[in-house]
Design a protein around this ligand. Structure first.
Ligand code: ARG
Length: 464
């Protein structure tokens, strides 16, 4: 037994306060305090509706709204004292409201429970973050598309298996990410659409006997409609799961790009330069320039995908309706959303900062017999060879060049004709990396002409 009194919010049938360890495991204020703006917005909408429905008086509602604004001002100013004994943000706000306005504060919780309250707050919060991500990802896309336009004709090696495959342009490579991030925004928009229904008024789980107007509170909070089932209203966390899953996929895209920056930054590749703004030195090796921001962005996906997995496991097997397990939804989600936002901002900064080194890229693009496919295509086109045969003949040409320690365009016509007598001088017109990329005019292909058009379209589309 402790001497502290029972909780003033729900302590009617409790004689004593919880054990210290109970308070520690139970309290969520340490992390859910960030829901205060949403909690206050939800309470204001609820109070106004209660008055409109004549469940409380207009005078009480006005007092409540005034008091909530005062609480909000204290929180914004940093003067609000959050108390762990009051468990969570909902009870901290309400308790302060009671101190500020007295008796009317006790009427705010009519026809409401913390179960629908937290479900509403959390939805509003996640919705705000989704809206922020949409803008932030668009900014990243815009940085990528602008750089792609500037480098529509800058050749670089394209890889498969991280082995030189065929030359591509740097702009084309960057536009691949613009497409990925467009799908990510689509997933965010999709999650937002399904998220945007109001749980408020579900009360504890069964709805309420008061004549509330759930459509009014839904509208006031910018939701499309109230959720159709009160049990589902308090126990659904799909919106957080969907958001985390979309973040995890997008974080994988960030991670893949971060990995490329790390590779391109190595002296062995030397494809790009990052300024001092996004690199660090080593405390012992003076020559080092490390791409830490890219590495950390690459790593963030671990926490984000972990959060998704964590919440999925919390929700698995939970019977309807609310269980306290669900309080575990917030910390991991907050951490994941923060991590994603940070990685997004860092990667955007790096895209704006990075500069390709065209001469290094071009030289690398020519290595590794990267225009071999162009020889095969030439044999098909000019000698009407079936592609499989052309592939075989080209393989022998590559082997010859390799044995002579030469690149494909260093071979002589005689060399070529020793492999296949019908080959003519014209074949040398397809051997340069520039000719190779310029020829790939198929829709979505790497030809500078294509890339310039696509990049310009994206830049225009992304103008806000
Ligand atoms: N802090 C709680 C949470 O985050 C609020 C809901 C509490 N509901 C309850 N029935 N104890 O889930």
């Amino acid at each position: 037994m402790t001497d502290k009194p029972a909780n003033t919010m729900w302590g009617g049938r409790f004689a004593a306060s919880p054990a210290a360890i109970m308070e520690e495991i139970n309290a969520s204020i340490g992390f859910d305090k960030r829901l205060a703006p949403q909690d206050i917005a939800g309470s204001k909408a609820h109070a106004a509706m209660l008055a409109d429905q004549h469940i409380i008086t207009a005078a009480d509602a006005a007092e409540i709204v005034r008091g909530l604004d005062a609480v909000k001002a204290e929180i914004d100013a940093g003067t609000f004292t959050f108390s762990r004994a009051l468990e969570d943000v909902h009870m901290n706000v309400e308790s302060r409201l009671k101190t500020l306005i007295g008796e009317p504060a006790g009427r705010l919780h009519t026809a409401r429970s913390r179960n629908d309250q937290v479900a509403t707050d959390f939805r509003l919060y996640v919705r705000d973050r989704l809206d922020g991500f949409d803008v932030a990802v668009a900014r990243l896309q815009s940085a990528l598309a602008t750089k792609a336009l500037a480098h529509a004709g800058t050749v670089m090696p394209g890889f498969t298996h991280l082995q030189p495959a065929q030359p591509v342009t740097f702009g084309h490579h960057l536009l691949a990410y613009v497409e990925m991030f467009a799908r990510d925004r689509g997933r965010f928009a999709d999650a937002r659409r399904r998220l945007n229904e109001s749980p408020l008024g579900s009360a504890a789980l069964a709805g309420t006997s008061f004549p509330i107007d759930r459509h009014a509170t839904a509208k006031a909070l910018g939701f499309d409609r109230p959720m159709g089932n009160s049990l589902d209203g308090v126990s659904d966390r799909d919106f957080a799961l969907e958001t985390l899953s979309a973040c995890a996929i997008s974080a994988v895209h960030l991670s893949r790009f971060a990995e490329e920056i790390v590779i391109w930054m190595t002296p062995q590749f030397g494809f790009i330069r990052l300024s001092d703004k996004f690199t660090t030195g080593s405390s012992i090796m003076p020559q080092k320039r490390n791409p830490d921001a890219a590495e950390l962005s690459r790593a963030k996906v671990g926490r984000i995908a972990g959060a998704f997995q964590s919440l999925l496991m919390v929700m698995k097997g939970l019977p309807l309706a609310y269980s306290k397990d669900m309080q575990e939804d917030k910390e991991v989600t907050f951490d994941a959303l923060d991590s994603y936002g940070l990685a997004l901002a860092a990667m955007t900064g790096m895209v704006l900062d990075l500069e390709p080194v065209p001469e290094v890229m071009a030289a690398a693009a020519g290595r590794g017999f990267s225009t071999a496919t162009d020889i095969a295509d030439w044999l098909v086109r000019e000698l009407k060879m079936p592609f499989r045969d052309a592939h075989h003949v080209t393989g022998r040409i590559v082997a010859l060049a390799e044995s002579k320690g030469q690149t494909l365009d260093q071979l002589t016509l005689t060399d070529m004709q020793s492999v296949h007598p019908a080959i003519t001088q014209a074949i040398f017109g397809v051997l340069s990396v520039e000719d190779s990329v310029a020829s790939r005019l198929s829709y979505g292909g790497t030809a500078p002409q294509n890339v310039r058009k696509m990049a310009a379209e994206w830049v225009k589309r992304l103008e806000i």
